[in-house]
Design a protein around this ligand. Structure first.
Ligand code: NOJ
Length: 597
């Protein structure tokens, strides 16, 4: 495909313009960098699995580890380098696993430790690495540490959690909570304990008491837990709610956010607080540097390669994100999530352009980890779709994800275009936060519905007579792996093609991003340039109307393009002067010459 009839003419034209012509074959990589043990993560494709919803092997309605193992070939075909499993440890499941009662075991609902070992072995056979979720901010209230802690004020575990006296407490009344801090799931973040007559702090549900990270014993406990799983061969962790480890030692109130008229901003009936006393406090950097030092010790013969730390890092700006990488002397995360880009939540060309530029420029040599979707947010259709062109829009979004210089993380089902399907009635809600705020907020069940494998009963998530823990959306009859596999026009094939390019095309896998045609408010375009290969041009129509872009003079000289990937129905452009894009169309092409700088 690369060697077209026009090639001879282009060589002549390129030589006249003082450009250099690449040697045959220089365009593609012979060894994908993902196979390099030290830097496998730098251009890697990560896939988030919500085990409860991925595949159910024993027909109890809940997905499990054996179900994941059974689908590893699918993930391999897709081009996934690593899977991140949301928590599968023993848990009362109030927050579906984010309330952990034992950090060194597998919840029987998901299988056994032998199933876990088998999953790792089978994944590794396919060069797929396994990452776990590390929840260090809080435990379950049924964890043995908390059971001890709440048992008496003198218990040695008392200061493993954050306990405080109430304000104005009397012998008969708890008084007021120590301050105005709120739980992320609504209401006060303080829970009164009648037995020991103090409040404990919980950033999330009351069944998720926050650990006290000022206690060195807590540090040691997590170093041991991390070592336990690294010895088993896990390739790293995604650190949950990591920016909320510390709280203001003086326990000061948080300010109420005000709108431009000076009135409090309300969210679900409660004033919104600025969270400066409970989020992103500096202590987290010390902890992460310490944990990273622990992880860096592990590189066994059995599972060689860098162990990677991914951070759940919702932060206000790129400068704060940069801090999460740490320093060369004290590294922290290799891949703190860049939530700046993925959660813009509207197709705004200028916002995307400036945020992608930030990631490219302000993060220096660090690798951005782009992510657009997860188990806590409505899926892509609900945040970016228009109800008419959702699949086309999902092509646009996935192109930003895979065609940028980054490591890419996506959520199960995005690759087939699964849609947000919130519960139909309050009785159906499983996520407690959805019950609390129904109907203004229906909780997170809508983005956690079973993976759609087939058009058949229960979408192949489990057996035909089983009852999945959340209902299978009716659109599974058309949106499913079986139907989309092998269809050249499907979203699944689009994902596969993008990932293939990310792995095989040097410019695509290593090239720096530079925005071009930067005055355009309808089409987002950038080029990827790596030494020794011609640049790749990526251009995305962010509108429902057809667009034509002229990239000559907008950062590139004139020339012909070799099409690498385009949306169905798009035409191969004759030149950079007129790239025609349909509604939400995407075009990716590689120049047939190298640019001289
Ligand atoms: C972030 C997780 O992604 C979310 O699902 C969970 O509820 C909170 N952290 C608390 O662990």
């Amino acid at each position: 495909m690369y060697w077209t009839k026009k090639f001879a003419i282009i060589i002549a034209a390129a030589l006249m313009l003082g450009m250099t012509v690449p040697k045959a074959g220089a365009q593609t990589k012979s060894t994908p960098s993902a196979t390099d043990e030290k830097s496998w993560w730098r251009n890697a494709v990560f896939y988030e699995i919500y085990p409860r919803s991925f595949a159910d092997s024993n027909n109890d309605g809940i997905g499990d580890l054996k179900g994941i193992t059974a689908h590893l070939d699918y993930l391999k075909d897709l081009g996934v380098d690593a899977i991140w499993l949301t928590p599968c440890f023993p848990s009362p499941q109030v927050d579906f696993g984010y309330d952990i009662s034992d950090y060194e075991a597998i919840d029987p609902k998901y299988g056994t430790m032998a199933d876990f070992d088998h999953l790792i072995a089978e994944a590794n056979k396919r060069q797929i690495r396994v990452l776990l979720d590390m929840v260090m901010n809080h435990t379950s209230d049924k964890h043995k540490w908390f059971l001890q802690s709440e048992s008496s004020k003198n218990n040695p575990y008392r200061d493993w959690y954050v306990w405080q006296d109430g304000k104005g407490e009397t012998a008969t009344s708890p008084g007021e909570p120590p301050n105005n801090w709120q739980s992320a799931f609504g209401g006060s973040a303080w829970q009164w304990d009648d037995k020991t007559r103090q409040y404990y702090y919980h950033k999330f549900y009351a069944q998720q008491p926050d650990l006290n990270w000022n206690n060195p014993k807590v540090h040691q406990a997590f170093k041991d837990i991390i070592a336990f799983w690294l010895k088993k061969g896990v390739a790293g962790f995604r650190f949950d709610a990591i920016t909320t480890l510390f709280e203001d030692p003086q326990m000061r109130d948080e300010a109420v956010k005000k709108d431009k008229n000076g009135n409090p901003i309300m969210r679900e009936g409660e004033p919104e607080l600025d969270d400066t006393m409970t989020n992103n406090l500096p202590g987290v950097h010390t902890v992460m540097a310490e944990m990273r030092q622990e992880a860096d010790k592990f590189s066994t013969d059995k599972f060689p390669g860098t162990r990677v730390f991914i951070g759940e890092t919702y932060l206000p700006n790129i400068a704060e994100l940069l801090k999460q990488y740490g320093t060369p002397e004290h590294p922290e995360f290799q891949l703190p999530m860049d939530t700046q880009i993925g959660f813009i939540n509207k197709l705004d060309v200028s916002a995307f352009r400036s945020k992608i530029e930030n990631a490219e420029v302000d993060l220096g040599d660090n690798v951005p980890l782009l992510v657009f979707d997860n188990h806590d947010n409505p899926r892509l259709d609900a945040r970016y779709g228009d109800g008419v062109h959702d699949t086309d829009i999902e092509r646009v979004i996935s192109t930003v994800l895979f065609a940028s210089r980054d490591a890419a993380l996506f959520y199960y089902g995005d690759e087939i275009g699964m849609k947000t399907t919130p519960p139909a009635s309050k009785e159906d809600v499983k996520d407690p936060v959805g019950l609390r705020f129904w109907p203004t907020f229906k909780g997170r069940d809508g983005e956690r519905t079973p993976m759609q494998w087939t058009p058949g009963p229960n979408a192949g998530f489990d057996g035909p007579t089983a009852k999945p823990w959340l209902p299978v959306p009716p659109n599974a009859s058309t949106i499913n792996v079986q139907t989309e596999k092998g269809d050249p026009n499907s979203l699944l094939t689009w994902y596969q093609e993008l990932i293939r390019l990310k792995k095989t095309n040097t410019a695509f896998s290593e090239g720096a991003d530079t925005m071009i045609d930067t005055a355009n408010t309808k089409v987002l375009s950038w080029k990827r340039e790596a030494p020794g290969v011609p640049p790749v041009v990526v251009t995305l129509n962010f509108t429902a109307e057809p667009q034509t872009v002229n990239l000559v003079g907008a950062g590139l000289p004139d020339g012909t393009l070799n099409t690498l990937l385009k949306t169905p129905g798009a035409t191969n452009p004759d030149s950079l002067k007129a790239i025609k894009l349909g509604p939400y169309g995407v075009y990716i092409g590689q120049l047939q010459f190298m640019m001289s700088h």
